[in-house]
Design a protein around this ligand. Structure first.
Ligand code: AMP
Length: 520
């Protein structure tokens, strides 16, 4: 077989969405839009403004904000070097000159980090390049002939040194696809000097996040969050309560079923470290009875042991000291006031002393909301207070509290409980026949669409029987029948597909009738 024929036989590769990512398709996307519109509306009524953030940020931002010990930073981030393609990751011995020229040029353009360390590394490599060039010129063509051993060794040595120097050139910034957005919101707050605005600043966002987790139902590598943050001003308990009230309002509007709000206080930098030490000491006493994950967490993050869902650990965890008994006076008072504020707002909560958040930056109020129909991944929202975060990122001391809704899970829960239906069918299918009718149909479609109706206008003529079948398949509510008779009479036939009834209307009457039906 010729090469060409073999190529023809080869089946073209079928592409598929990457594991842990997925396409969201109609009609489901209508539900996504409905959820997002509801969030826009509710957040707006609470005085929040939308912030749109970059999808990637310096890795350092997340490492600092989320915490190096967390699962997210230690193993789940999608990280890459944002370097220009003209500078390969490693230089080629035959192209070191070009590599250097490119490095110099990109440095001048600011395409690779314009730092003194980079300048030095490039200059040192330049000097080394001269030595390397000399050494390579002395190399006879047959490099392995015995007499040339010395020249070869010299060449090897210079090349090794050149690669070491090249590795010191930073080709670009190390970036990460955002695994969450709170760090970015804080970065933006600092970058745009938002502390100058009336405080607190109330922001919300929605969009995809990326974590390299093991995919399963309700857990994806690209997933979507809708979140809000309150930055600056005071840490008045009413702020915590209002933020929670806001997210509960969204869930209420969406008729999310089986909503359960859990709250806790995890103390602050005065009382939490002492509690964590106490917890660690108690955990060490029972270390042998714990699973490997919890054993590891005794060292790295003992609070996370409280999160464990392992059946065998439940009895042990139940006997551990509880943070509520170890809060300092200020934290205890804050927590009591948050609960009181929730009660004033009619928000029903459950105290859950085992509720800790996976991310380092939380303090005092933490909360989680679960919903029906989600199995083990049943948290649809997590949030809490993070007063030290802005400062940790180089900003002024700033209070902060926020939450993130897992939109994928919210949608799943709505679907599972039968609340996921959003009308997507066409309002009107225009069944037309004949040239004159086509012209009228085009005009009718334009007018109906302008009035806000969803209209399907077939591009080619169809027999009425086929057109009505098509209208049915598309879930249209009405078929507007336009034949030559209708056009010359000026009376249009409207068929209600649900019951098969039909009636004739003049053009203005038809619009009025449809409007009335829609309003019902
Ligand atoms: P977190 O940012 O970890 O506090 O998560 C907040 C919410 O985002 C969770 O309650 C989940 O609903 C959702 N979430 C987190 N990770 C994932 C994931 N890998 N897939 C789907 N949803 C997620």
């Amino acid at each position: 077989m010729s090469e060409g024929a073999a190529k023809k036989e080869e089946k073209p590769r079928k592409f598929q969405a990457i594991r842990g990512t997925r396409d969201l398709l109609p009609p489901e996307t209508a539900l996504w839009n409905h959820v997002e519109q509801t969030a826009h509306q509710v957040f707006g009524t609470f005085g929040f403004g939308e912030i749109r953030l970059p999808i990637f940020e310096p890795t350092e931002l997340f490492a600092r904000a989320v915490g190096g010990e967390t699962d997210i930073v230690s193993k789940e981030m999608y990280t890459f070097t944002d370097g220009p393609s003209s500078i390969p990751e490693k230089p080629d011995p035959h192209a070191l000159g070009e590599y250097l020229r490119a490095a110099d040029e990109e440095f001048g353009k600011g395409e690779i980090p314009n730092t003194s360390a980079n300048r030095l590394a490039i200059d040192q490599l330049k000097a080394k390049f001269e030595e390397f060039r000399q050494a390579s010129m002395k190399m006879p063509l047959g490099a392995f002939v015995v007499e040339s051993e010395e020249a070869f060794d010299k060449y090897q040595k210079e090349w090794n040194e050149a690669t070491v120097l090249a590795s010191r050139i930073s080709r670009g910034n190390v970036l990460t696809l955002r695994p969450e957005a709170t760090a970015s919101v804080c970065r933006a707050y600092i970058e745009h000097g938002m502390q100058q605005l009336p405080q607190p600043v109330k922001l919300y966002y929605m969009g995809p996040m990326f974590r390299r987790e093991r995919p399963q139902k309700g857990r994806y590598r690209q997933f979507y969050q809708i979140g809000a943050e309150v930055l600056g001003g005071s840490d008045a308990p009413a702020i915590d309560a209002e933020v929670i009230e806001m997210v509960m309002t969204v869930f209420d509007r969406l008729e999310l079923q089986g909503v359960q709000l859990d709250i806790n206080s995890i103390g602050d930098k005065n009382c939490r470290p002492k509690y964590v030490e106490l917890l660690r000491a108690e955990l060490l006493k029972v270390k042998d009875k714990l699973g490997p994950d919890s054993q590891r967490r005794i060292e790295t993050n003992p609070l996370r042991v409280l999160d464990s869902k392992l059946e065998s650990e439940q009895g042990i965890i139940a006997k551990l000291p509880r943070i509520a008994d170890h809060l300092c006076e200020e934290c205890a008072a804050h927590y009591a006031a948050v609960k009181h504020q929730l009660e004033m707002r009619g928000v029903i909560y459950r105290e859950n002393w085992r509720l800790v958040r996976g991310l380092d930056y939380y303090m005092r109020t933490t909360f989680e909301i679960t919903a029906k129909g989600l199995g083990s991944q049943n948290a649809v929202c997590g949030g809490g207070r993070y007063d030290g975060l802005v400062e940790l990122l180089g900003g002024p001391p700033t209070k902060g509290i926020g939450f993130a809704i897992g939109e994928d899970r919210l949608i799943l829960s709505l679907q599972e409980s039968g609340k996921g239906e959003v009308a997507t069918g066409r309002d009107v299918y225009i069944a037309w026949m004949g040239e004159r009718a086509h012209a009228t149909a085009i005009r009718a479609a334009k007018d109906l669409r302008k009035a806000g109706f969803s209209v399907e206008l077939p591009p080619v003529e169809q027999k009425f029987g086929k057109a009505l079948g098509q209208a049915d398949k598309l879930g249209a509510k009405y078929a507007l029948i336009l034949g030559d008779n209708e056009v010359s009479e000026g009376l249009w036939t409207l068929k209600t597909l649900a019951d098969g009834s039909q009636a004739k209307y003049t053009e203005p009457d038809l619009l009025e009738y449809l409007h009335k039906q829609k309003a019902r």
